[in-house]
Design a protein around this ligand. Sequence first.
Ligand code: PMP
Length: 324
Amino acid sequence: MALPKFAFLDGRILPYSDAKVGLLTHALNYGTGCFAGIRAYWSADENELFVFRPHDHFVRFLESSRLLAMQVPFSAEDLAGRLVELLRKEGLREDCYIRPLAFLSEETIGVRLHGLKSSVSIVAFPFGKYLDRPEGAHLTISSWRRIDDNVIPPRGKITGGYANSALAKTDAQNAGFDDAILLDSQGKVSEATVSNVFLVRRGEVVTPRTTDSVLEGITRRTVAALVERELGRPVVERAIDRTELFLAEEVFLAGTGVEIIPVTRVDHRPVGSGVPGPITEQIRRIFFDAVRGKTPRYRSWCEPVYARPAAAVEASPALEAVRG
Ligand code: PMP
């Protein structure tokens, strides 16, 4: 992976190679950090880079930092503004990925959250597909259980919690699968290693509740809005049994990295007819138009980097209605 040229660190933009941490950094030793993963999409038609829902990502980022009792001295608006500055400086004119990180940066020993200095960084770099499986991914149900709210809260994007995802991902890939779905401590479906899970069961679009040990995904929220507004169906949030994955007509993953990926096999069993289903395909099409700024109704989700949005777009009450 090509390294970025610049990094935002604690209020300043520095050359990436000057933005360093030491070996005793608390978060490096104990996982006491939290992060975000944001995508920006290049539009060749408009010669513009659009960051997808940065405000929503930074709100969740600050929530994650609060779970770690961290005092981040920036608002979501500040961070979104500094991100635009960083992207312009980096000069990115292609699809890219953005990694904000808030972490206990003191170089010291001792496991705790209180009384330690923290830092905030952001880097951005060109990025394509995280998991390139438009024809459908083959998933397994992991033997690792998902961390829960009383272990390491999966509602927060906490760095230490990703050891759980990494264990599941490596075992899945070593066994020949693309990714894994983890069950929560009650044995119900939670999420995949870096994405939320949706099923179509008896014609109903369903996803686990936010209390079923999942990250409150921004893509999950985006998919729910698209299903409701464009397909005219509700998304039902409920507990999901593992066997429902075998009986579902369709399964798909939704996340910033994976975007929307159909799941066509689970533990060697075909999902539905074994090819991407019609609802998944429809959502994928609507989603990819929305993220590249092609759908006026969802334009407010796309933050332009090189030009300010037209006044008409900013002021539209119809667009206000699709925020959040
Ligand atoms: N669950 C987990 C564990 C994740 O890491 C991610 C990626 N951030 C998601 C779900 C999807 O969240 P989002 O749509 O906000 O990227």
